[in-house]
Design a protein around this ligand. Structure first.
Ligand SMILES: NC(=O)c1ccc[n+]([C@@H]2O[C@H](COP(=O)([O-])OP(=O)(O)OC[C@H]3O[C@@H](n4cnc5c(N)ncnc54)[C@H](OP(=O)(O)O)[C@@H]3O)[C@@H](O)[C@H]2O)c1
Length: 253
């Protein structure tokens, strides 16, 4: 009988914002599929250490590396520490992100810059540095966007604008990096039950109830719903997909 090789065996992945929520689940699922994983975090060292401990206890490989993606110097250090840990990179998941809803009258430059610096500039600079470690055969970049870029909920102008930018950047970079064999896709969740979604007050709110009425599968997503799709986008199973924006929201459009 031939042996079964895990899908991502020999691959190295970096997941930004992997100390909790969707990023933590993606890190664990990529590791379970055989990848060595860099678990990036900004402030929650204990959360990142816990993710690493779970991966190593299951026989996988992972390290936690701090780095605030809104700080260009942190990104350079994150990528050089990734190189020191695993020597290369095949998969980048740009997951680190913040969401702050606000009606038009409450929008301030601080509200704008905080979200754009992390969700957009951080994603761009991380990708710029990370692809330097990709092998000549290419790799996969997965940008975590959101269904909000299509749904455009009220009181979300800045956050939704960041995710619209993520969709646009995904298209642009798929064209720029395609000749290098690097695929770039956006994975756009609907509402997902995470620490961040709880902290934002989404879980149990009218916003969540209203989302269910627009969701054919009729429930809130769980981090593993998204992580399983991330494994697909990271693996050769999606080798003919690039520049795509996959809505992962139980059918919410
Ligand atoms: N949950 C949802 O309903 C939902 C829906 C659609 C899209 N999304 C997107 O999915 C992604 C993850 O969301 P989530 O709900 O899992 O969030 P979460 O539970 O709040 O977790 C956010 C993660 O991002 C990290 N992070 C925040 N700012 C960072 C920075 N400047 N540099 C590096 N890491 C940073 C946090 O690290 P520390 O804890 O160390 O600070 C944490 O690991 C975001 O891009 C979000 O926009 C979420």
């Amino acid at each position: 009988m031939s042996t079964i090789t895990p899908k991502l065996s020999g691959k190295v992945a970096l997941v930004t914002g992997a100390s909790k929520g969707i990023g933590a689940s993606i890190a664990k699922h990529l590791a379970a599929a055989g990848a060595s994983v860099v678990v990036n975090y900004a402030s929650s060292k204990s959360g990142a250490d816990k993710v690493v401990a779970e991966i190593t206890a299951a026989g996988g490989k992972a390290v936690a590396i701090r780095g605030d993606v809104a700080q260009p110097a942190d990104i350079v250090r994150l990528i050089s520490e990734t190189k020191a840990a695993f020597g290369k990179l095949d998969i980048l998941v740009n997951n680190a992100g913040v969401y702050e809803f606000a009606p038009l009258e409450a929008i301030t430059p601080e509200h704008f810059h905080r979200q754009f610096n992390i969700n957009v500039l951080g994603l761009l600079l991380t990708t710029r540095e990370a692809v330097k470690l990709f092998p000549a055969t290419g790799g996969s970049v997965i940008n975590i966007g959101s269904v909000v870029s299509a749904v455009t909920p009220p009181a979300s102008a800045v956050y939704t604008a960041t995710k619209g930018a993520v969709d646009a950047i995904t298209g642009v970079l798929s064209k720029e990096l395609g000749p290098k064999g690097i695929r770039v896709n956006a994975l756009n969740p609907g509402i997902v039950e995470t620490e961040g979604a709880h902290a934002a007050g989404f879980i149990g709110s009218d916003f969540e109830k209203n989302a269910h009425t627009q969701t054919p599968l009729g429930r809130t997503g769980q981090p593993q719903d998204i992580a399983r799709i991330a494994v697909f986008l990271a693996s050769d199973d999606s080798g003919w997909l690039t520049g795509e924006k996959l809505r992962a929201g139980g059918g919410m459009h």
